[in-house]
Design a protein around this ligand. Structure first.
Ligand code: ARG
Length: 263
């Protein structure tokens, strides 16, 4: 009787051992054969609807045009990716320190930035807009004279404001996140803010007529968006190849319609 019990227990243990070996072996096989997709880290600043934002009504996932574009490209190349959300000013340092593998954040490939990171081709071009309270009378760059003007820290809009300030005397204030700029206008602390038009339009729409916006002339190259990579990253050419394909076959256009035309 006792012997029989011992046999039962030991065979159960043995089966357990076998199955443990089984799964272990399988996992190992997958890794060594390179079957498991590599996970890339994508840096972004999710304060920039419709490029990248969190729709708190729907959850805490980062969504938007850039996220869909990243999905499209990485899927084609056989990578998985995960999003690392941070302030816009942290993105280039994150690429340089290897904390992220690429950045999609509506980032413009400026000459200055090109000294520190590599960029893909431009995938979208926008313009800048002056946003202010309805009835402010601010319509053009000249109207900013004597005003307090908000911009996102480290953005090309900050650079643009500095340029304007050389001829039109105004006070420039910067904030890390775009929603803060809007809040400061609504609170009357800023007279206006300079924001990319595609992003500004969303705020205008949601302001129930309390804000107005006027596009200002910007040279095309100045407000384009491109994907950023650490200097010398092999990913740049891989991504560019797929990006070119998808821009030619209309798939990028479909995403542009999905995210920008619904506004
Ligand atoms: N295109 C502008 C720039 O490169 C602003 C981008 C801001 N992006 C963001 N996710 N907040 O400076």
């Amino acid at each position: 009787m006792k012997k029989w019990l011992l046999l039962l227990v030991s065979s159960i243990l043995f089966i357990g051992l076998l199955s443990a070996c089984g799964t272990g072996g399988k996992e190992q096989g997958k890794e060594s054969s390179g079957e498991q997709e590599k996970v890339l880290k994508m840096g972004t600043s999710a304060d920039y609807a419709p490029f990248e934002y969190i729709d708190t009504a729907k959850g805490n996932e980062v969504i938007g045009f850039d996220v869909d574009l990243a999905k499209m490209i990485t899927k084609e190349l056989g990578y998985k990716f995960e999003i690392v959300d941070m302030d816009f000013t942290g993105l280039i340092p994150a690429l340089q320190s290897g904390k992220v593998d690429f950045v999609l954040a509506g980032m413009t490939p400026t000459e200055d930035r090109k000294k520190n990171v590599d960029f893909s081709d431009v995938y979208y071009v926008a313009r800048n807009m002056i946003v202010s309270k309805k009835g402010s009378g601010i319509k053009t760059v000249e109207d900013l004279k004597g005003k307090t003007v908000g911009v996102q820290t480290g953005s090309i809009q900050e650079g643009e404001a500095n340029k304007i300030a050389k001829t039109v005397s105004m006070k420039i204030e910067s904030r890390n996140r775009i929603p803060d700029l809007i809040q400061e206008i609504q609170a009357g602390r800023f007279d206006a803010a300079i924001i990319e038009d595609t992003v500004a339009k969303g705020y205008l729409k949601n302001s129930s007529g309390k804000l107005e916006g006027h596009t200002i002339p910007t040279s095309e190259q100045e407000a384009g968006s491109a994907i950023a990579f650490p200097k010398g990253s092999k990913l740049r050419d891989e991504f560019n190849k797929v990006l070119q394909e998808k821009m030619k076959n209309g798939e990028v256009d479909k995403l542009i319609k999905k995210w920008f035309d619904q506004q």
